[in-house]
Ligand binder design. Structure first.
Ligand code: 1GP
Length: 248
């Protein structure tokens, strides 16, 4: 078990330059299939497992999925909640995230107020994260009532990211939306990274080794992939994408 997940992630980024995290959507898995994916991902060199999706999941099911993963892997499990219902006592940590470009205060600070006492009660490690949606935004764009940052406005992404850092958030996540046609553009990553001293997480629509290479070169500290794990033949793809990071 990892005691301090934030330190573990930051140490890994320092050691390896960039790392990979596997995202599992609890709504799309059974406890058995989730632990199989987590096992494959761990064996390919992923650094942690994130658990979250954009729609509603029953707490009972979420708990069972996390417990099954926990029995299978040693790497930490970090909640990536879309709402208070995405909190489980069985995880190791939670991204304590604010959807910075939502037009609804609930997703910026409301859900956080409701969730904070629960996080304390469960003894979860809370890691503050500024979450920014760019481009189409996919389901999170709709559910989170986002005012998305256009792909051709990297300076707006950089301003949001810098504001997150000045507010004390210790990670920034640029999200293109799960299954996005295009990942976050490389020039946007570069500009955001130039502004930031905290680690930059990038996710959404990442499918190829070439994309991973370019995103890492542009400055992504953490690459998140989710949809690729939902395919029947996920392991070779995971090996290919994670291998692009670990083999550098
Ligand atoms: C979504 O960024 C993540 O929150 C992962 O996106 O499912 O497209 O890999 P994909």
């Amino acid at each position: 078990m990892v005691n301090n997940v934030e330190k573990y992630l930051k140490d890994k980024i320092l050691e390896e330059g960039s790392i990979h995290i596997t995202l599992i959507d609890p709504e799309k898995v059974t406890p058995q299939s989730a632990s199989a994916v987590a096992h494959d991902a761990e064996s390919c060199g992923t650094t942690a497992i994130m658990i979250g999706g954009s729609t509603f999941v029953l707490t009972n099911h979420l708990d069972r999925v996390i417990k099954a993963i926990k029995r299978t892997v040693k790497i930490p499990i970090i909640l990536f909640p879309n709402n208070v219902s995405g909190i489980s006592r069985y995880a190791d940590a939670i991204w304590f995230m604010s959807l910075l470009n939502s037009s609804d205060p609930y997703f910026i600070f409301g859900a956080q107020v409701l969730g904070a006492p629960l996080i304390r009660k469960f003894g979860l490690e809370a890691i503050p994260l500024g979450y920014i949606v760019v481009g189409e935004g996919g389901a999170v764009g709709v559910v989170g009532r986002v005012c998305p940052i256009p792909y051709n406005k990297p300076e707006l992404a950089a301003a949001h990211a810098l504001a997150a850092q000045y507010l004390g958030m210790r990670f920034v996540y640029l999200e293109a939306g799960s299954g996005a046609k295009q990942p976050v553009p490389n020039n946007m990553i570069k500009m955001v990274k130039d502004f930031l001293s905290v680690p930059l997480i990038v996710g959404g629509g990442i499918n190829t080794k070439k994309q991973v290479k370019q995103l890492v070169e542009a400055g992504a500290g953490i690459i998140v992939t989710g949809t690729v794990t939902e395919r029947a033949s996920a392991k070779p793809k995971l090996r290919e994408l994670i291998g692009q990071i670990t083999s550098r």
